[in-house]
Every structure is written in C-alpha cells, then in structure tokens.
Design a protein around this ligand. Structure first.
Ligand SMILES: [Zn+2]
Length: 141
C-alpha cells in the first residue's frame, strides 16, 4: 500500500508537478498580486479568476506545530511521532502552509524558527515538507 499520494485536480496540478521537480509553487493573483495556498479557482481576496503559479524559495518560518503520537493511517505507523506544522513562507506574504516538519526533534522547534522546504518522494511525485535550516557545517549546504 504505502502512504497516500496526492491526487491533483485542475487547480492543484501545477503545485504537484512542481513538487515532483523539487520546486515549491503557490498561486499568485494577476489582479491584486496576493499569494495564495492551497490552490483554488478564485482569489480569496478579490475573487479574480486569473491566478498564476509562482515559484517560491521554499524558505519560511514556523508559525505553530503539534506532534502526533498516534497514526491515523496504518502506513504512518512507522512514522510516529511526527510533527504537523503551519509554516509562513518568507517570499509569499500571507501564505501559511499546513505541512510536516522532518529532520528535527519536535521539542526543539520554536515559533519563528527558520525552515526550508524538502521533498519526500512518494509514488511518481513528491510531498513538500519542511526542516530546520541547517547551519553550514563542513562545507555541506
Ligand atoms: Zn486577487
């Protein structure tokens, strides 16, 4: 079986196609220029229907997090405990993504902590997740 894979619809297809390439994409309204995520048919600010995919850096900061100790899907049994978080994107003001935090001790995560996107391969695609921005060590990026 394995963990669930995303099922893109006509509005979110660009997002998942980007994730499969290792890029984080959100929507940007052509009219009021606001960023938006998750993708939808209309701009939530001005109801404009012309929204364009916008690639962002994947840098962000932690807004809030919780730790799940119980698997609500059998294929997540090996993943608990895991961290579910809301992340504010640095270069897409107003966008707050519901995601997972990986490569981090949940107890050491603090609001405002700098994070960066990372992609977990799943099926033919990938799931955007976030991890603490690692300090430069030994030349590794
Ligand atoms: Zn708009």
């Amino acid at each position: 079986m394995g963990k669930p894979v995303p099922i893109p619809d006509q509005f979110s297809a660009f997002h998942w196609e980007g994730a499969a390439r290792g890029e984080l994409l959100v929507q940007r309204c052509d009219s009021c220029r606001r960023f938006q995520y998750p993708p939808s048919a209309v701009c939530e600010s001005c109801q404009c229907r012309v929204l364009t995919p916008a690639k962002v850096s994947g840098r962000g900061s932690l807004y809030a997090r919780t730790v799940l100790h119980q698997a609500f899907h059998p294929d997540f049994a090996d993943s608990v405990p895991y961290t579910v978080a809301l992340v504010d994107l640095d270069d897409a003001p107003g966008v707050r993504i519901l995601t997972n935090i990986v490569d981090a001790d949940p107890g050491e995560l603090r609001p405002g902590q700098p994070l960066e996107v990372t992609f977990e391969k799943r099926g033919d695609g990938a799931i955007p997740q976030f991890r603490p921005v690692s300090p430069v060590q030994g030349g590794a990026a």
